[in-house]
Ligand binder design. Structure first.
Ligand SMILES: [Zn+2]
Ligand SMILES: [Zn+2]
Length: 358
């Protein structure tokens, strides 16, 4: 079967990939649509001699179920997500499932290609036409198209959970979302859903203005990526006109994280939910953090509880209260995976979806 294999920073669209069949608690899924995310590009820029199959958010049709899987039927359209908590460790006992050390770990490589084992990305590898995942990882879909449902596993759940679980936004909060990509746009619409009283979107790309307002922001502020911490803080403070209660920081850029402290008022909450792989260490103005009693919080995948948050997201999307289809800015067939990756690298996209069945 077909799949996108990355090895030492280069990709191959393989047609001779193999996946092992599902075990007793697993399901087999024919992938219909796969999201392509900036996290996939990290594997392309971090040379690793072990091949891996890209893709970590998808929608597909269940083709087989293990003997102990009772609530998933063959033929069901499902959204595939990357959390498969072990349910035994301290993180799982604390319901911090996305902190479970094994949740995205691949102890026995599921794929083989040209005689060698192949790792899976986040235990999903949705850029393969057939995958084997844990039954925990699939969520039935009844009223969404596959390209929209494909976004739930990463972009939508991370943005939703960042606002709902990590920053714990409510209707009394003013919120700044910095970085209007997949996480940011879903942070904006979740803050709107939760009734935040004022939402400001910030991005270095002025084209994100209309999009931010469409998804629920009250204001858009364009910033320059070359600015210093003080230039950024001064510009944002002047544009917003008051301190805010919450900053959802989606870029992971040290300069932006440092400037975020200046935007927050007394009791402010800073949610760090983006990672910059090249420069992951940020400096914070500790006296300001202490004087304003700022809480800094974080977590993978929006600290989502897969048993509560994923079904909730599916319901909200099926009710039209979260817009998933409107985020799909680009679609490519699997044959044009190179163009899909170029589009993602170009930075002008919101969400890229690869159609796996053409
Ligand atoms: Zn992702
Ligand atoms: Zn665990």
């Amino acid at each position: 079967m077909r799949g996108v294999v990355v090895e030492n920073g280069s990709i191959t669209l393989a047609d001779d990939l193999e996946v092992r069949p599902p075990g007793p608690h697993e399901v087999g899924v024919q992938v219909v649509a796969s999201g392509l995310c900036a996290s996939d590009l990290i594997l392309l820029t971090a040379p690793d001699p072990t091949p891996a199959v890209l893709g970590h958010e998808a929608a597909g049709i269940v083709t087989s179920v293990g003997e102990h899987v009772e609530d998933i039927a063959v033929g069901q359209l499902v959204s595939v997500t990357c959390q498969r908590p072990c349910m035994k460790c301290k993180a799982c006992a604390s319901r911090l499932y996305s902190a479970c050390a094994t949740t995205m770990y691949d102890p026995d490589p599921l794929f083989r290609w040209r005689g060698q084992p192949v790792r899976s990305l986040a235990r999903v590898s949705s850029l393969a036409s057939q995958i084997t995942v844990d039954a925990f990882q699939v969520h039935p879909i009844s009223n969404l198209d596959a390209p929209a449902a494909a976004l739930i596993g990463c972009a939508v759940s991370t943005g939703y959970g960042s606002v709902r679980n990590i920053a714990r936004v409510d209707s009394t909060d003013s919120v700044v979302v910095i970085g209007v990509g997949g996480i940011g746009i879903n942070s904006i619409q979740t803050a709107r859903l939760l009734g935040a009283r004022h939402i400001v979107a910030v991005d270095t790309n002025a084209d994100k203005d209309a999009l931010s307002l469409q998804f629920g922001a009250d204001q858009f502020v364009h910033v320059d990526p070359s600015w210093s911490v003080s230039e950024l803080a001064d510009h944002l403070s002047a544009a917003i006109g008051d301190t805010v209660d919450v900053v959802i920081e989606c870029t992971g850029q040290p300069t932006v994280i440092a400037a975020s402290v200046a935007l927050l008022g007394i009791g402010g909450r800073l949610a760090l939910v983006g990672i910059s792989p090249r420069n992951p260490v940020a400096e914070l103005d500790i006296p300001a953090v202490m004087a304003k009693h700022i809480t800094v919080s974080s977590g993978y995948n929006g600290a989502c509880d897969p048993f509560v948050d994923f079904p909730t997201i599916v319901r909200l999307a099926e009710q039209g209260r979260l817009d998933l289809a409107g985020q799909v800015s680009h679609r490519f067939p699997l044959d044009r995976i190179d163009e899909a990756i170029s589009a993602l690298r170009g930075g002008k996209v919101l969400r890229v979806v690869v159609d796996m069945v053409t």
